[in-house]
Design a protein. Sequence first.
Length: 403
Amino acid sequence: MKSLAIKIGKALGALKDEGLLQGGRRIVAGFLGMFRRVGSGDILFITGGAGAGASALYRCHHQREELEQHGFECSFTVQDNPWLVSYARKFKVFIFHRPLMDAKMKKFVAAIKERKGKIIFETDDLLFDPQYLSQADYLKNISPLEMPLYVGGLGAELLNDPYVETCVTTTVFLAKILEAKGKQVFVSTNKLSDADLALAEKLNAARGKLRKQGEKSEVVIGYFSGTASHDKDFATVAGVLTRILEKHPEVKLKIVGPLKVGSEFEKFGNRVEHTPFVDRERHFQNVASVDINIAPLEVGNPFCEAKSELKFFGAGILGVPTIAAATQVFRDTIADGIDGFVAHSEEEWENKLEGLIVGQDLRMRLGGRARTKSLERYTNKNSSNEAYYLCMLRFVYGEKCKK
């Protein structure tokens, strides 16, 4: 019953955040995914969710594609798959993403241990650690039916199992927290899939044609919230954005995804556009339609410090420059003033936005360099993580691996 209540809560959350059409599609995709059989191979990715959300996309589907491009045979399933337990004998390595340790999952894990399979814990956020949950804005917006999923930490029971020695995560910040728990940790960054890259190249070609037709009269700032957990992040730059909109009548603000936008933006009328979640292709089209991408975060909040560089390269692959909050990840990723901007204060946010608004050449120069970096570092096509691939190969052959 607990598992069913959580699933109902997640379904209601998808409908609330993404709307009836997009949320409904996600629910149907998740339901159908339950009954998708998998063959045998080296590595099986298992997600505790429906497998249709952004986290599962980057941490299961895209990671699977990366490993396949480096010679591994991989498959993917959801933990609600009715044949799940039988898969313990079909693979050597099992990568668990956001697992809910219900009775069937415990039986599956026991079957893996019996066959001496390798279990890897995969995470892209801090939801596994209960000491940080009070600082997770995300949990304030979910259905009460979902809350039991996070009590004690999402997947913490599996993570804390001494049999589980290895973790894979997205950032150095998360890696250090997992290493403090005595785990061997590999950082495998989020990356764009081959399909993403093909779509980006198509959109970049279209943008190039539009640029040849002459300079646009408007400048569009884009904010893509992703999940219903970014109200406080956006609030850190709300004042800056209202001042920018007042000073520059040519500027528009495009917001995509769930977000509580303050009443101070109402006076700008249709210069502020707010649309709900869209599918993957439409998302890329939306990003390609803006001139400046912003990635505000609450600097110092552990959940924000754990965030990956996804918002930089998701816009960068389309030649759109990003101004980001000065978290460690963005400081390490963005060469300030070279391929984007990092802002440490409201004053820096305002000055750097001003520079990009009035400087089309600057936007194009930074956007072009951001695209080069995104292509080189954040695509499966150009992925390179040799120590990780070597250890995965040893795991497949039942050997231990030291970093």
